[in-house]
Design a protein around this ligand. Structure first.
Ligand code: CTP
Length: 449
């Protein structure tokens, strides 16, 4: 019996997929089809798959051509499958010609002609019109957003807004964007969605204006400084039927999700402590150092450190205590925030004038997870136990600077195809605003003392 194997995502199952499976089956007697998981697709940079795995498997099954369907979830799986299952022929479409020649060591490799003029990408583009986006603010993060958005299909960034006409025009010219200043509504009329990357204190006003005009909003952290304002924006987004997402990029990184899921799975027992630190020595002239009201370490980096704490221990803490080292102008150079939960403790450490070890430690009743700097990108982490010789190492795939995952999630939310709203929930985002609110009150009180 001649065994044939082929792999694919098979998203929005189409004629090209059917033809490929039919020809693959005709190469032998028994056809095995590998269907990729969402996680694996994300790892290899395919960020916009619409159908969930089970639906894609079901569609392959319905063709009646596959004798066996397997799931492909990691790089390096193909040679394993081929050897384990005694496969004679590996086949894929001609768009992959050459790429799988290395499998020739294990079996025959056949590239089949691709069906012209049809693909999942074409169907996705037809089904979901390109989301036209504009960027508000042209500071340090804006260029990174533009380059990362290029890796996400279904979105086009074409405009920039900055109240300062010169900044808007310069940024527009250097990034080939239409520049707007002055009337914000005029800018909003040109786009479906905006990314807010302006100074912290302007987030609320821009987000509100955009939502009221029916525009989707991806807003840099912190979304707002108070619970009331965060709730107001989420309620308004609900009433206007638009997506509002706080841009805490860590939440959307595949490695971070994997680490959170592992911590919840019980491998380290019950989670009892989360300690997260983020510090970056910042030059004196920069906004974080100068802005008495909205600068400082915690407002800059606190969203990162609060994220694993709230994800793992929930948003309902019993008590919170703040401690900071303040500069002469009142901003916090270094802040420690201590939380007590029902059965757990947590600590957030942020610094712009103090450098510490930027690590995340999740302590449990059976072991702990250690993610070293930059844990907020989660390129690697370890699970450790009482027995010091036992260490499980994880090195999740991470592409670019991570913003592409956040943008992809935003776009799929707009298209209504998102499967991952658990990455960052409204409750988590509002709870973070709550900590910011209390922190700012405390800092003001101390500054006065
Ligand atoms: N395929 C094909 N003809 C097409 C489209 C796909 O023969 N018109 C083949 C691919 O070469 C691959 C298999 O179908 O062997 C599964 O491909 P997949 O990547 O899932 O589909 P695409 O339509 O190519 O998806 P995308 O547009 O997302 O790349």
């Amino acid at each position: 019996m001649k065994k044939v194997i082929t792999y694919g995502t098979f998203d929005l199952f189409h004629e090209g997929h059917y033809n490929l499976l039919k020809r693959a089956k005709a190469l032998g007697d028994y056809l095995i089809v590998g269907v990729t998981t969402e996680y694996y697709d994300m790892q290899r940079g395919k960020l916009n798959v619409v159908n969930p795995l089970l639906e894609r498997v079901e569609n392959v099954k319905k063709t009646g051509l596959a004798d066996e369907i397997i799931v492909e979830d990691h790089e390096g799986q193909k040679p394993e499958d081929i050897q384990k299952m005694g496969v004679d022929i590996f086949t894929v479409g001609s768009d992959w010609t050459g790429i799988f020649d290395y499998l020739g060591e294990f079996c025959q490799v056949v590239y089949l002609d691709r069906t012209p003029e049809i693909s999942s990408s074409i169907l996705r583009a037809d089904k979901y019109p390109i989301v036209q986006m504009g960027v508000v603010g042209s500071g340090r993060i804006a260029p990174r957003f533009l380059s990362e958005a290029k890796f996400v299909s279904g979105v086009n960034v074409g405009a920039v807004y900055n109240p300062n006409s010169q900044s808007a025009q310069e940024f527009g010219r250097s990034h080939e964007l239409d520049a707007y200043w002055g009337d914000f509504r005029e800018f909003l009329e040109q786009v479906d969605a905006i990314y807010i990357a302006s100074p912290h204190e302007t987030h609320h006003e821009y987000a509100r204006a955009a939502i009221e005009m029916g525009r989707h909003v991806l807003c840099e952290k912190p979304l707002t400084f108070t619970v009331a304002r965060a709730n107001e924006l989420y309620d308004l987004a609900g009433e206007n039927d638009v997506v509002l997402m706080e841009g805490i990029k860590t939440a959307f990184c595949p490695g971070f999700m994997q680490m959170m899921n592992l911590a919840r799975s019980g491998v380290i027992g019950e989670v009892r402590d989360v300690e997260a630190c983020f510090s970056r020595i910042t030059q004196l002239g920069l906004r974080e150092m100068r802005d008495r009201e909205y600068g400082g370490a915690f407002l800059e980096f606190g969203s990162y450190t609060l994220l694993p704490i709230f994800k793992l221990l929930g948003c309902k803490y019993e008590s919170v205590e703040f401690d900071s080292i303040l500069a002469d102008n009142g901003i916090d150079l270094y802040s420690k925030i201590h939380f007590r939960f029902k059965n757990a403790l947590a600590m957030s450490k942020t610094g712009i004038g103090v450098k510490s070890e930027g690590q995340l430690v999740i302590a449990g009743t059976k072991g702990y997870i250690l993610a070293e700097s930059p844990w907020w990108l989660t390129k690697s982490f370890e699970v450790r136990y009482e027995d010091p010789t036992r260490i499980d190492k994880y090195s999740p795939k991470f592409l670019g600077d991570g913003l592409r995952y956040e943008i992809a999630d935003f776009v799929s939310k707009i298209n209504g195809t998102e499967k991952m709203s658990y990455c960052l929930t409204k409750e988590e985002s509002v709870a973070m605003a709550g900590v910011v609110e209390r922190f700012m009150e405390e800092r003001k009180r101390r500054g006065r003392a």
